[in-house]
Ligand binder design. Structure first.
Ligand SMILES: [Ca+2]
Ligand SMILES: [Ca+2]
Ligand SMILES: [Ca+2]
Length: 227
């Protein structure tokens, strides 16, 4: 009975040791998303202080809970390399930060190393509007200074790679007021010159181009009388 109790205490200690080991990664790397297979992430042998000979002899391997094998360890060189496509937008949609957590295992005796790889965003998605055309119904009696919120453009990237600004092609009737706060930017059209439907000088359809992060998206603005 004493033996069982001692064993239980020993197991508890082992579990606690294991858990305390789990609290943080021993090594943290960062790599850009979408890099080629074979790109070097870091030197695990050097950073975990393991001799490359030990990697081979004790059968070092990378394990993770992910369905894809994103990384591979070269037991001869000690280098951790990219093994599969890493798409930040797929892994961490709508999240400002993204990282992959993997473990390195050594046998005889068993050692577990926690490795964190931070995935750095690249600008690989163009901003776009969900709708191709947006119709504003603006009365010709609308006074100057009136504001019309534009739909928000979407961009799967994060931070400075996401929607930053909107631009309007030069026209006499509208200006654009952009407010960019935090992760996204919003824009409003501001009526600068009253619309007069009867005047021949004004075309029935005014095309307004909105530039989103240097990408042009054509918007059509239909003008109508009191509607
Ligand atoms: Ca991507
Ligand atoms: Ca991206
Ligand atoms: Ca982008």
């Amino acid at each position: 009975e004493m033996g069982i109790r001692l064993y239980a205490v020993w197991m508890l200690c082992a579990i606690l040791l294991c858990l305390s080991d789990w609290s943080g990664a021993q090594v943290s790397y960062s790599v850009s998303e979408e890099v080629d297979k074979g790109s070097v992430v870091g030197n695990i042998a050097k950073d975990l202080n393991i001799q490359t000979q030990q990697l081979q002899e004790r059968g070092f391997r990378i394990v993770s809970a992910y369905s894809k094998k994103y990384f591979e360890a070269n037991l001869r060189t000690g280098l951790l390399t990219v093994n599969d496509r890493i798409d930040r937008e797929e892994l961490c949609p709508n999240l400002p930060k993204c990282s992959l957590n993997i473990e390195g295992l050594l046998s005889h005796p068993m050692n577990i190393y926690r490795i964190e790889v931070i995935i750095v965003d690249i600008n690989d998605n163009a901003p776009s509007f969900l709708e191709q055309t947006h119709v504003f119904n603006i009365s010709e009696s609308s006074s100057t200074g009136e504001r019309y919120p534009l739909p928000v453009a979407q961009d799967a990237d994060t931070g400075s790679n996401s929607v930053k600004t909107y631009k309007l092609s030069p026209n006499e009737h509208f200006s654009i007021d952009v407010s960019s706060g935090g992760e996204s930017a919003f824009a409003e059209l501001v009526l600068q010159k009253a619309l007069d439907r009867e005047k021949q000088t004004l075309p029935p359809i005014v095309v307004i181009q909105i530039l989103v992060l240097l990408e042009l998206a054509a918007y059509v603005l239909y003008l109508c009388g009191p509607c």
